[in-house]
Design a binder for this molecule. Structure first.
Ligand code: ISE
Length: 340
């Protein structure tokens, strides 16, 4: 891509997440505008287009990717379409911000790594937005300051109000827990070596394949470890937190509470059910960082294809552990020069 003053972005998938990126990129990110949108549900695409000065509506995602009016692409379509669409972007020579997960199988993630390595330039960014969340980056700054001593343990909580009926443990590990695996790697600056996962169905009326409360343990490099709870039917609302326990102190994310509410003989804070709400700022910062990296042709500070691949390998090991009840080793294979 030649150096441009403004990047024309095409959005593939304009559900909640894609529309959020479209709105951010078109209105809140200098140096970018949304030129094109696609969604299988054309009414969603029309809505996103109306937010972005009538961006062109496509009926085929690959036609959008190949359009001369598109410089860079955001992929926010269903998870199992991510890898193929990312490959189409690499083939077209277009930088892509792919929502997590990069792929839903290790083989597909490996194909992306292989294609990008053959292209000999980093084209793929992955939307692990916690890396841009002010609470998470404040924890990272405290840990890397050295004041707390060596980091030892990451402890995470990830609760969703509810998920669609019948969501399996494997889907929860792929779609939700990937954020936690990436957060642990990011905050501890260590690699996952072994995983162990347990899970249960929290209500008898749920589908028999459902494992909606999961607990994982990760053994990590450099004598570090991680433990996390992922509970996707928590009912009361959406919450995420991460704490890093170090030799001499700990740092934990604070919830961005905006007001204390007094009502009904009670004093407290609202908890949103919407998972986009607590990370509103993180998504804007992420989109800005991505566009800046494209305008200046510099390294994106967020997750790359290698991080997306590693998360998928860890996820696959976790699915195996959940199903077998055993500790599963994580084997990443060789890291190509491009990602060193
Ligand atoms: C969703 O796709 C997200 O990315 C949210 O951050 C996560 O909490 C939720 O579980 C996922 O379904």
């Amino acid at each position: 891509m030649n150096r441009k003053e403004r990047i024309a972005v095409g959005i593939v998938g304009t559900g909640g997440m894609g529309t959020r990126h479209a709105d951010n990129l078109h209105h809140l990110v200098g140096g970018a505008y949304v030129s094109s949108v696609f969604d299988v549900d054309q009414s969603h695409a029309a809505h996103a287009s109306s937010l972005c000065d009538s961006a062109e509506i496509f009926t085929d995602p690959v036609a959008l990717i190949n359009s001369p009016k598109v410089d860079a692409v955001v992929i926010a379509s269903p998870d199992d379409t991510h890898a193929n669409l990312t490959l189409a972007c690499i083939k077209a020579g277009k930088p892509v911000l792919c929502e997590k997960p990069l792929a839903t199988t290790v083989d597909d993630a490996r194909d992306v790594i292989a294609a990008e390595t053959a292209f000999e330039k980093k084209m793929v960014s992955v939307g692990f937005m916690r890396r841009f969340d002010p609470q998470h980056t404040a924890v990272k700054a405290a840990v890397t300051s050295g004041e707390l001593g060596l980091p030892l343990l990451w402890k995470g909580v990830h609760r969703n109000a509810s998920v669609p009926f019948g969501t399996t443990g494997a889907t929860i590990l792929t779609n939700s827990a990937g954020h936690d695996f990436d957060s642990a790697r990011f905050l501890l600056e260590a690699e996952v070596q072994e995983v162990y996962v347990r899970g249960l169905k929290t209500r008898p009326e749920l589908h028999s394949d459902t494992t909606d409360l999961l607990v994982f343990e990760l053994a990590m490099s450099d004598n570090r470890m991680a433990v996390g709870e992922v509970y996707v039917n928590a009912t009361y609302g959406y919450e995420v937190s991460a704490e890093v326990i170090c030799q001499k102190g700990t740092a934990v994310t604070l919830q961005p509470d905006r007001a204390m509410v007094r009502a009904n003989a009670h004093r407290g804070f609202y908890v949103s059910s919407d998972w986009l709400a607590p990370f509103e700022e993180a998504y804007v910062i992420e989109d800005r960082a991505w566009i800046e990296s494209l305008l200046k042709d510099t390294k994106f500070s967020g997750a790359n294809a290698w991080d997306g691949y590693v998360t998928m390998v860890v996820t696959a090991a976790c699915i195996q552990s959940l199903h077998t009840g055993k500790i599963v080793p994580v084997q990443l294979g060789e890291k190509a020069e491009l990602y060193q």
